[in-house]
Design a protein around this ligand. Structure first.
Ligand code: FEO
Length: 393
């Protein structure tokens, strides 16, 4: 891909990765991703904002072929999908200074062995002049690492946000056109990596000049020419109340737990509560993370195996605990054969969740009349709790 012009002073560079299917050996990428870098040309100096994932380094170097000089390479975030090609850029432009937060400097030295003399660290709010263009750096820690910052190009009112507001979405559309598609991808990305740091994201949203941004240019996914779209979405995900929705991750070995999930779901729907079930062995974990962004209640369907919770359910509960969603209630349902410590084990795994635990429902073998009655009571309790909090669909 050749460089693409955003305006007279700013070019998109980078790489579209349509084929990548997994990030961090963990996060599914059903729509691939992009690694966006941006070249900002001032009247006196030139800055490259971020680089690309190392396998795409040659693509970026080719895009820079006609660029005679780079004075600054801004590294917003030390993770290698943005910083990994820095050594190649410095080899080609040895006089370029790596501009980053003090914390990022140490991380880049550790991760990429960049020599200390290549760095120019900047403070929160500091500015660098490129002549007729000014880069202002704003610390936005914990998006999703501690060293992260964004750059505001003052004269053009463009916010270069790196992972913040990004979406794993490979598309040749430089600017957002299909807002629904980008909304889903950005929400998924928020749920997967930023939701655990919700309180820090809230502070970061306050720090950026949100009423004076003409465009948000992230380092994954298309650029937002209408920033209010993604700013409002983030405010809802971070600050809004949870929805009148139950997320139901479950595993069923011989169908008993599935019967319980189906019965509970019918009871909840009958009482006006939305449900999103996820059969964990067949689930895209990114979809589960997306659903957790808004969930009012989480109910795990967990069969007992080897005297404890099914390992795949443990994985689901571990993930939910790690992602720290804003859900207010939690419960467990499931079938067991002869005993075990399923509830005790799972109860010890949810310390990050600020939830009220509702009475679990465990059935011995195939669920019977008493179990279905208990599931109805659980559905009633969830509907009542959601109504008391005024949660809406
Ligand atoms: Fe896109 Fe946290 O790296």
């Amino acid at each position: 891909m050749k460089p693409r012009k955003i305006n007279d002073s700013v070019d998109w560079m980078g790489s579209l990765d349509f084929d990548r299917r997994l990030f961090d050996s963990l996060i599914p990428l059903p729509d691939g991703t992009t690694y966006n870098a941006y070249l900002v040309k001032g009247s006196e100096k030139t800055a490259l904002l971020d680089t690309v994932n190392p396998p795409a380094a040659d693509e970026l170097l080719a895009q820079l072929e006609d660029v005679p000089r780079i004075d600054y390479v801004v590294s917003h975030h030390a993770e290698q999908d943005h910083s990994g090609s820095l050594p190649h850029i410095l080899e080609r432009f040895p006089k370029a200074r790596v501009v980053c937060s003090a914390k990022a400097k140490g991380m880049l030295m550790d991760l990429l062995q960049i020599p200390e003399e290549s760095f120019q660290t900047v403070q929160d709010g500091e500015e660098i002049s490129l002549g007729d263009k000014t880069l202002r750096f704003i610390y936005t820690p914990w998006v999703h690492w501690p060293e992260t910052m964004v750059t505001y190009l003052k004269e053009d009112k463009i916010l270069f946000s790196c992972d913040f507001f990004g979406s794993h979405l490979a598309t040749t559309e430089l600017f957002v056109k299909d807002e629904g598609r980008v909304y889903e991808a950005a929400k998924r990305y928020y749920g997967e990596i930023m939701m655990p740091f919700r309180s820090r994201i809230e502070k970061n949203l306050e720090k950026i000049p949100r009423n004076d941004i003409a465009m948000i240019a992230p380092s994954h996914g298309p650029i937002y020419p209408q920033p209010s779209f993604i700013l409002e979405a983030y405010r809802d995900w971070v600050l809004g109340p949870p929805k009148n929705t139950v997320v139901l991750p479950y595993v069923s070995m011989h169908g008993s737990t599935k019967q319980m999930v189906d019965h509970l779901m019918a009871g909840l729907v009958e009482r006006g509560v939305n449900c999103e079930p996820f059969n964990l062995p067949a689930t895209d974990l990114g979809k589960l993370a997306t659903a957790l962004v808004d969930a009012g209640t989480i109910i795990a369907g967990v069969p007992t195996v080897l005297a404890g919770p099914h390992p795949m359910a443990v994985y689901g509960v571990f993930l939910a605990n790690a992602l720290r969603p804003k859900a207010r209630f939690l419960s467990i349902i499931g079938s067991y054969g002869w005993g075990g410590k399923t509830v005790d084990t799972l109860s010890g795994m949810i310390s990050n969740l600020k939830v009220e635990v509702l009475e679990p429902v465990l059935a011995k073998g195939v669920p019977g009349e008493e179990d279905f009655k208990a599931l109805d009571e659980l559905a009633e309790a969830v509907a009542r709790k959601h109504a008391e909090l005024g949660l809406e669909n």
